[in-house]
Structures are given as C-alpha cells and as structure tokens.
Design a protein around this ligand. Structure first.
Ligand code: ADP
Ligand code: ADP
Length: 228
C-alpha cells in the first residue's frame, strides 16, 4: 500500500525532518506513528498524500510512484486517500451535509448519488440527524465524526489521521477510535500519528516510533513506549 525507500526531507531552512527512512505498509494495516514533538511524524505522513515532497528517495502509494506524479495529478491521488486532522478543518460556512458532499462534488457525481453516499457515511458516524447543522453547532467529537465521514465518503483504501484525538476528551477519543477501528475492519488501511498512550497501549496495532527523522522502533502490537 505504501512503500518508502531512503526517503529524506530537508526543509528550506536546513532542518532534516525525515532522514533516510524506509518503510513498508501493507493493505489493511492499522499503524500508529509515535514519537516526541518535532520528531518528523507530520512530515512523514504529509509526504504520503503529497502535502510535502521528499528531497530524495522514493515513495509509492497505492501503486503510484509519487516522484512521477505531476502537480495536476495530485487530486487523483488524494481521491484515494482520506485525511483527518486534529483541528478537523471543516468549512465553517457549510452544513454537515455540505462539508461531506464537498469532497464528492469535485468528482462530478450526480446529485442523487451524492445524497445517497453522504447520508450513508453520516449514518455510519451517527450524525444523520445533524445534517443541516453548521460545524460551530456541534461538539468537538461530532465535528471529528463529520471530518471522518468526509475522509471516507470516496471509499478510499487509505485513511491518514494526524492526531485525530488531540483536541478531544478521553471519552470522545474512545468513540472516535471505535469508528476508526470499524473503518479498518472493513479493509481500509489506517495510519494514525498520536500522543495518546492509553489508546496505543489498549487497542493494539503496529507501532512505528520516529525520533530525529528516523524509525527507532517498529513493532507489531507494540506499546506507546514514552512517558505521559
Ligand atoms: P512532529 O510531527 O513529529 O512534531 P514535524 O514533522 O512537524 O514533527 O517536524 C519535524 C521537524 O521539521 C521539526 O524540527 C520542525 O520544526 C521542522 N519543520 C516542520 N515543518 C516545517 C516547515 N514547513 N519548514 C521548516 N521546518 C519544518
Ligand atoms: P428526509 O427525507 O428524512 O429529510 P433525506 O435522506 O431526504 O431524509 O435527507 C436527509 C437530510 O439531508 C435532509 O435534512 C435534507 O434536507 C438534507 N439534504 C439532502 N440533500 C442535501 C443537499 N444537497 N444539501 C444540503 N442538505 C441536504
């Protein structure tokens, strides 16, 4: 599903955020990315959906060699990848329905098809009754559920989540995790950067720890491994 070979990312300020990194992530895996702040986790995952380009090395995602991908082909890559952020990134002036539909409308689906697909995912995340509300009328957990609905509405093979529970209280975080678990059980690969030690140590999955831009640990059913 994702292969990185000798990937290095050096930002224009000279900082080497990812350093000669190799990884292979298989279809259907659930992978936690852990490590201290500034370790390179976000850079590592941003390169998977071409939010950042590597300075050197090869990245293959979903069979696509990203080094051969032209900028105008990036939307085609993104269509097969759902992305979930810590701060949700919902469009504030659009309703719940419209926020989710927005992702589909760019690929010119018919209105009836859009409605069906949007209502399907909103009912999966338990928000069918709030379709007309604006993001500001929802709790943080509900906003994150909308953003998860948006991330999966195109039925991507891969969902990337950068600290999806970072702004949520513990109980809501567990609800969001059950949702991600369910999506993973349906066959979607999930990559999740997190500082949530409770979650990593309880819902066991592969754990990749990054420090100074390098993978320092890679364990199946691993532990969080840091304090706090
Ligand atoms: P993490 O997600 O683990 O906190 P990041 O990937 O965000 O790590 O950052 C890794 C390093 O790269 C840090 O030193 C950070 O300051 C630096 N960095 C991140 N983004 C940029 C950028 N756009 N320009 C320059 N340096 C950056
Ligand atoms: P119901 O018949 O119970 O209203 P529907 O499946 O017809 O159920 O619609 C569910 C909700 O989605 C309704 O509140 C409807 O107004 C809303 N909705 C449907 N299509 C759109 C759209 N294109 N933009 C915004 N809201 C929509």
């Amino acid at each position: 599903m994702i292969e990185m070979q000798k990937v290095t990312k050096k930002y224009s300020n000279g900082i080497i955020a990812v350093n000669d990194l190799n990884i292979n992530i298989k279809h259907g895996e659930f992978l936690y990315v852990v490590g201290p702040s500034g370790a390179g986790k976000s850079t590592f995952i941003k390169m998977m959906y071409r939010e950042e380009k590597p300075t050197t090395g090869n990245i293959i995602v979903n069979g696509i060699d990203l080094s051969k991908l032209k900028n105008k082909q990036v939307p085609y890559l993104r269509r097969n990848i759902g992305v979930v952020f810590q701060d949700f990134k919902l469009l504030p002036t659009l309703t719940v329905f419209e926020n989710v539909a927005f992702a589909l409308e760019v690929i010119e689906q018919r209105p009836a098809e859009i409605k069906k697909l949007v209502m399907e995912v909103l009912s999966l995340v338990g928000l069918k009754h709030k379709v007309r509300m604006l993001p500001t009328e929802l709790s943080g957990g509900e906003q994150q559920r909308v953003s998860i609905a948006r991330s999966i509405v195109n039925k991507p093979k891969l969902v990337i989540a950068d600290e999806p529970t970072g702004n949520l209280d513990p109980e809501t975080s567990w609800e969001i995790m059950s949702l991600l678990e369910e999506i993973n059980l349906q066959g979607t690969t999930i990559i999740m950067a997190t500082h949530n030690r409770e979650i990593v140590n309880t819902i066991k999955h592969r754990v990749v720890a990054i420090e100074n831009g390098r993978i320092v640990r890679d364990e199946q059913r691993g532990e969080y491994g840091y304090e706090g």
